[in-house]
Design a protein around this ligand. Structure first.
Ligand SMILES: [Zn+2]
Length: 115
């Protein structure tokens, strides 16, 4: 379950942001999740809940936003987006694609109450 490690990594960043903004309680966290990030949303939510118990993030709503794949065709150079794999170029039909985005798991927003 690599989701646990991902959430742990995410929390390190989140804790720093929360401290910078002197938040005493975080009410919601928005995370952008690439459709190729290879994670299960339910598992992310479960790991988040388990790891935030007793922290300023306890009880915060976790909002997962799916980010489509962005790819560049290696045959004709066309850039396109796709909601998943396999990747097919809409221009020439090639599946030789270079993935530009859609594999990441990043914190997009954090809402909380200041001290
Ligand atoms: Zn193409």
């Amino acid at each position: 379950m690599h989701e646990l490690a991902l959430v742990q990594e995410m929390l390190v960043i989140l804790e720093r942001v929360a401290a910078e903004h002197r938040l005493k309680k975080v009410t919601s966290v928005t995370v952008k999740m690439g459709v190729l990030a290879n994670v299960i949303p339910e598992t992310i939510a479960f790991a988040f809940e388990a790891l935030t118990r007793g922290t300023v993030f306890e009880g915060a709503a976790l909002i997962l936003e799916e980010v489509p794949v962005e790819a560049s065709c290696q045959d004709c150079g066309r850039q396109y987006t796709s909601s998943g794999t396999p990747l097919w170029c809409p221009e020439c039909g090639s599946n030789r694609a270079m993935v530009l985005a859609g594999t990441e798991l990043t914190v997009a927003n954090l809402v909380g109450e200041e001290q």
